[in-house]
Design a protein around this ligand. Structure first.
Ligand code: SF4
Ligand code: SF4
Length: 477
């Protein structure tokens, strides 16, 4: 007896339809038409099929370009729902050992004389001593010396230097290296950093470490290659889409470029999160005395790494979570992590114990501000310098005690108030309602505030300013 098989009629979940209409044009029975509504999950108008007139010829299924588009109608349509296989079948049995951290080792360095190097070189040396052996990037002024040193040293250290084709490629190379538990970094400058933000958001979502050294230059747009501090907002408040934050360091000397880069790798892996080092173009090019640490890091392999051996085979890094409840839980986890990062806030103070004028500055402008404070002290003015070394989190706990004797806060920055915004937000979050008036010395476009104008502006402040309710700011440049 001949076996009779029934040809399946087409089946479609509307969320897989791209609305191209190819199936409509091939159907000789005119059984397919566009729906009269937009699918809320895709934003396009899907097709609908009249199965009563369909003769199951199959032409539409052949015409559909979507892999999960038109298919032979399954017996149970729910077979085609997207589901996590681990929910359906449980975790796959495996005899592989449970992954554990292979810890870092510290290797003693021989004593040596201080180096005299540029800030960019100091950060690159710090990265190598922190165990970074994967560099992705490209020349971009004023950060290029970092990539240049990495290009010459990585091959000698069995490391990887890859000149990426773009900023987007750079950050995704870092994503891949970080997934394997490797220490990776890039040097960039403002417009390049902007292009990396989407990838940084993905790294934060997937909880992947990596160190971004952004040597800020003048903007907006292509701007120029002179120093500015106008990426503070970007690094502290705008790391791509979604609920993102990263530790943001603000070094002021070549020594801090080295020390903070080493620390950045440590914290990046501790929190499984990118870390940003914000320098300015002047600091990147500035030559200074740099002491090397007593030891360097030989990195291990973290338990979560997708390393490729049997122990790490079950690992997966991903930032995609389709279920709303899963993604909310992940964001709550990230929020707890951001909260925990607040213990890493750091600040440096200079003669602040009795200061009535608190000058706040970071990066290179903090050097001019320190000179101004010294000059003011010689003139009998009780000025002090508060220098945030982390911009996110802002070290507000170190700042609050200074308010007890402060009569005026003076922000010194090469930006139109982005550091001041961070201070004001930190005070607001700390529930501080009353603080002294804030004045500002600002430059941008590649011009840094100078010591003499900081002194002049402070000497021109109205005498006898007293703590008062928040009343806006006074911009003095
Ligand atoms: S199977 Fe044939 S008849 Fe049925 S909708 Fe597709 S093209 Fe039209
Ligand atoms: S061919 Fe496939 S994707 Fe295109 S409209 Fe038809 S079902 Fe949708």
């Amino acid at each position: 007896m001949p076996q009779v098989t029934e040809r399946p009629k087409p089946f479609l979940f509307p969320e897989f339809c791209k609305g191209c209409g190819r199936c409509i044009s091939v159907c000789q029975k005119h059984s397919i038409h566009f729906a009269d509504h937009i699918n809320a999950r895709t934003g396009v108008v899907p097709i609908e099929i009249d199965l009563d007139t369909c003769n199951a010829c199959g032409l539409c299924m052949d015409a559909c370009p979507e892999p999960y588009g038109l298919i032979g109608r399954p017996v149970d349509a729910t077979d085609w729902e997207l589901e996590d296989p681990s929910h359906l079948f449980g975790h796959r049995p495996t005899t592989a050992p449970v992954p554990v951290d292979i810890p870092d080792q510290r290797v003693a360095l021989p004593a040596c004389e201080p180096l005299v190097v540029k800030g960019n070189y100091a950060a690159a040396i710090g990265a190598l001593l922190a165990g970074c052996r994967h560099f992705f990037g490209y020349p971009i002024t004023p950060s290029t010396e970092g990539a240049e040193l990495m290009a010459s040293l990585m091959p000698k250290l069995q490391g990887v230097f890859l000149q990426a084709v773009s900023e987007v490629a750079t950050v995704n190379h870092m994503y891949g290296a970080a997934s394997a538990g490797q220490r990776s970094m890039t040097f960039t400058s403002s417009p390049g950093f902007s292009l990396m933000l989407e990838g940084i958001s993905y790294m934060i979502g997937a909880e992947l470490p990596g160190v971004f050294v952004n040597i800020m230059r003048g903007g907006p747009g292509l701007g120029n290659i002179a120093p500015e501090q106008t990426d503070i907002k970007l690094a502290c408040r705008g790391l791509g889409h979604g609920n993102t934050h990263a530790l943001v360091f603000a070094p002021s000397t070549p020594q801090e470029m080295l020390d903070m880069t080493m620390r950045a790798f440590d914290l990046s892996f501790r929190y499984r999160n990118p870390v940003v080092i914000l320098g300015d173009g002047y600091l990147g090019q500035m030559t200074g005395r740099v002491m090397l640490p007593r030891d360097m890091v030989k990195p291990g392999i973290p338990a979560w790494a997708v390393w490729g051996d049997a122990m790490h085979r079950r690992n997966l890094t991903s930032s995609i979570m389709l279920a709303e409840t899963d993604l909310e839980q992940h964001n709550e986890h990230l929020n707890r992590k951001y909260e925990a990062m607040k213990v890493e806030a750091m600040a440096d103070t200079f003669v602040c114990d009795d200061a009535e004028i608190i000058v706040v500055a970071c990066n290179t402008p903090a050097r001019m501000a320190k000179g101004a404070v010294q000059e003011l002290r010689h003139m009998g003015v009780k000025a002090g310098l508060f220098r945030p070394q982390t911009l996110w989190p802002f070290p507000v706990d170190a700042f609050l005690p200074l308010l007890a004797h402060a009569r005026r806060i003076v922000m010194v920055e090469a930006s139109p108030g982005q550091l001041e915004d961070e201070l004001r937000l930190a005070l607001s979050r700390a529930d501080v309602r009353t603080y002294p008036p804030i004045s500002s010395v600002q430059h941008f476009g590649g011009i840094l505030p100078q010591q003499h104008e900081i002194v002049t502006r402070i000497m021109d402040l109205p005498a006898g300013s007293h703590a008062q309710a928040v009343s806006g700011s006074e911009v003095l440049a």
